[in-house]
Design a protein around this ligand. Sequence first.
Ligand code: GTR
Length: 424
Amino acid sequence: MLVLSTLLFGDDLAEARQSLANLDEAKVGAFELPDPLRMADATAVATSELWFGKRRPEVLALFRDHVYGNPPAGWGALRFTPLETKSAALGGLATRKRVRITLQEQPEWAGIELMLYVPNGKTSPAPCFMGLSFGGNHAVSTETDVPLSTRWMRPGKEKGIVDNRATEASRGIESSRWPLEEILKRGYAVATAYYGDIEPDHAEGWKDGVRAALSPAGKDTVWGESDWGAIGAWAWGLSRMLDYLGTDADVDETRCAVIGHSRLGKTSLWAGAQDERFAMVISNNSGEGGAALMRRNFGETTEVITRVFPHWFAPKYRSYKDDASACPVDQHMLLALAAPRPAYVASAAEDQWADPKGEFLAAMHAGPVYALFGKKGVGVDEQPGIDHPVGEAIGYHLRAGKHDVKLYDWERYLDFADRHGSGG
Ligand code: GTR
């Protein structure tokens, strides 16, 4: 253990620790989930009015105080600077725009470079899938005229990164996770940005991100127990991207789904929980700190995630490392914060680290909150088998294969969005 923690860090340490985590269903043990429909003072929540008026704000505040931290009270005016409009992108299928989103009062923060593809030939504003990427816009797109990101990137993890910077070799490396043509042909726009624009993903990354820019003490900030972490910052960035989309006549900002994979799936859930303008919330293999129940001792644990990635969460979250049952929330309540909007949770069969069953159970146990609105959640009470998508207001599937985003996942999300009236 000592060797692991001294020689390895970040993702490498997380991977090495997989061997130490429980991956045996028989050893999970019993646990009791907090009731999303019972107030802290034990009042039962039996109506959607009470949910919205009292319980939802309470649950949101609990997640802020205990897990992801509190966002800043304000950030002043935004500035949207158009960088490019290319009307015949992807062989004429789409118009590509790039826009820089900055804060007028915090010029030291370089801002978010949003890349938007809208399908050509539409007569009405397009619904949109939006999410952050691990490798930058040039990694999402296969178009060689998308400028390389110049920002800090994780070493080793993404291909073509040299000295923490993108190189030509990193073009398109994430394109299999973003099947742009399939999405656009179905009538949806796609909006994306590099997550490191908002905050570089390492323990000191906040000093070069929006958290330092918005903190009165800047780089000298000492974070309090319930202050926001990187996931909170990334989620904040998604909301600022949605602010921009609200000004773009090609996009219908009332039909924007927020999507993310893995740590960015944790982020999309948190963005969708806080910002009700996201019309749909999608978590792809988000695991611990995302869709997976924290009380289930399977795969990654609170102890591991807060040791390896301390900067992702509010410092308080680590206090639950030895006893998740002391935390006043669990992740089914995070999904419930999306209600009554459609939400989707996807797992992968070989991604045991993310605890597929714990992800399904969270989706299932969010159901009672959807029922307050007369909606059915996943509609089943047992995890479905591989490649058997289920669900009504809450979609769920367990894809064959590894931790990744595949075309299979996207086809399910597109069908789900079509079904819920977000159709292109
Ligand atoms: C792992 C981490 C997971 C997940 C993943 C990712 O190292 O343990 O929680 O977030 O990284 O984002 O790829």
